[in-house]
Write a protein that binds this ligand. Structure first.
Ligand code: NAD
Length: 404
């Protein structure tokens, strides 16, 4: 808290990058330079609570542009680079992989190369203390065995039932009970799990992770890598599952579930991730990799049902006059669940072993899934203006007014 470092955060207008910057400005003395191209996923409104702080600066720069990246290093003289800029949405990587190769691989290469040139000409403590932290995903590990034994039968049951036949409480209890008996033997991703990416997104992130490690091994650049599970929380772009479900539910729109909805993800509250990243960036051991996860394995269908439960409590649909497609007044958001065909190559299960970061750096998440998801739903209810600007595209149009 006492020392003041200059930290470049790439992708700082994105979901996780903005959480890192808010945490750095609110809870440390460090200076932050946000380097972001402002693609569709970059939203400066996510930084409106801190962007007037004198310790914050913004550079609208594409990380693939070597000249501009070089200028940023020379002008700002960073102590640490936290590299989060990426194309991050799996579905988009299936529709158009080119941008993913460009930003995630070529962009990371460009940043590494310029970081190396900058670091090479530093001297003394400034050189000894420089750190390049690359932020990556658990999706590079591919997927893990899935407890199909119970999920296939459970999901068939869920799919064919209406809320009248199987109550929410009954189905939630069935999941928890099956989980308790099935989970113990299931493997987790560790820092030494072999890479086996499935999608163009995860393959491009895997490529970037390898480049970062090569720049450490070959050139001695002081790097760190973290691989994290699925994040959720405030300021999440509504193409991702949790915000999509919350916002669709509030409008009475269908809640899409891929396949049977039994894919398992390990969910981490974004502010817990931000705190972990800052710990690794400032205290992690050079050359190391740290997995970050919340021990919150949930099937997608459970996540959606939990959101429906919270919304049923906070905003009963019949009180808001929400109608289903056939014109009937809805009594529960669960009626909006709609099964759609699965994504090609969809990974079935991700789960992180976060023992190393807990033991070596003393980081543990502060939120459980239950507490974090309630905060998240409440945040979306309280921040309708942010949501509206994303949904109507005005967050992009207004950039002209406040870029730089
Ligand atoms: P995001 O899509 O919300 O934000 C990405 C940001 O990067 C945006 O602000 C965008 O404008 C910027 N950007 C994209 N291309 C750029 C370029 N060429 N130059 C400069 N800026 C560019 O992503 P996120 O969810 O915040 O993820 C951040 C990082 O964390 C990514 O590297 C992602 O792979 C990783 N990650 C994400 C999750 C998750 O659950 N979201 C989990 C683990 C790891």
């Amino acid at each position: 808290k006492n020392s003041s470092l200059k930290i470049i955060v790439t992708g700082g207008a994105g979901f996780i990058g903005s959480a890192v910057i808010r945490e750095l400005i609110n809870n440390s003395n460090h200076h932050v330079v946000n380097v972001d191209k402002l693609t569709y996923a970059g939203n400066l409104e996510s930084l409106s609570t801190i962007d007037q702080d004198s310790r914050y600066a913004f550079e609208q720069v594409d990380i693939c542009d070597a000249t501009e990246v070089k200028r940023v290093f020379e002008q700002h003289q960073p102590d640490i680079v936290m590299h989060l800029a990426a194309e991050s949405h799996v579905d988009r990587s299936i529709d158009g992989p080119g941008e993913f190769i460009q930003t995630n691989i070529v962009g990371t290469y460009t940043l590494l190369d310029q970081a190396r040139a900058y670091w090479n000409q530093l001297e003394g403590d400034k050189k000894a203390n420089f750190r390049f932290h690359h932020i990556s995903t658990d999706e590079v590990y591919g997927d893990l065995p899935h407890p199909d034994d119970f999920t296939s039968s459970h999901c068939e049951e869920t799919k064919n039932s209406t809320p009248a036949r199987v109550s929410r409480e009954q189905s939630d209890a069935a999941i928890s009970q099956s989980r308790a008996t099935n989970d113990q033997a299931l493997p987790l991703f560790t820092e030494t799990t072999a890479y086996a990416p499935s999608s163009p997104y995860s393959a491009s992130k895997a490529g970037s992770d390898h480049l970062v490690r090569a720049w450490n091994r070959t050139f001695g650049l002081p790097t760190l890598v973290t691989n994290c599970s699925n994040n959720y929380g405030p300021y999440h772009f509504p193409e991702k599952l949790i915000p999509l479900v919350i916002l669709n539910a509030l409008e009475g729109k269908p809640l899409p579930i891929y396949g049977k909805g039994n894919q398992i993800r390990d969910w981490l509250y974004v502010e817990d991730h931000a705190r972990a990243l800052i710990k690794v960036a400032t205290e992690g051991k050079i050359g190391e990799t740290y997995n970050i996860g919340g021990h919150n394995e949930k099937q997608n269908i459970e996540v959606v049902k939990t959101i429906c439960n919270i919304l049923d409590e906070l905003m009963p649909p019949e009180k808001r006059g929400i109608k289903s497609q056939d014109g009937q007044l809805l009594t529960t958001h669960h009626s909006l669940l709609t099964y759609v065909s699965d994504r090609p190559g969809h990974d079935m299960r991700y789960a992180i072993d976060a023992t190393k970061i807990q033991k070596e750096l003393g980081w543990t998440p502060q939120e459980t899934f239950e507490s974090g998801i309630k905060k998240t739903v409440q945040w979306y209810l309280n921040n309708q203006a942010w949501c509206k600007h994303v949904q109507d595209g005005s967050y992009q149009r207004e950039r002209l007014g406040f870029s730089k």
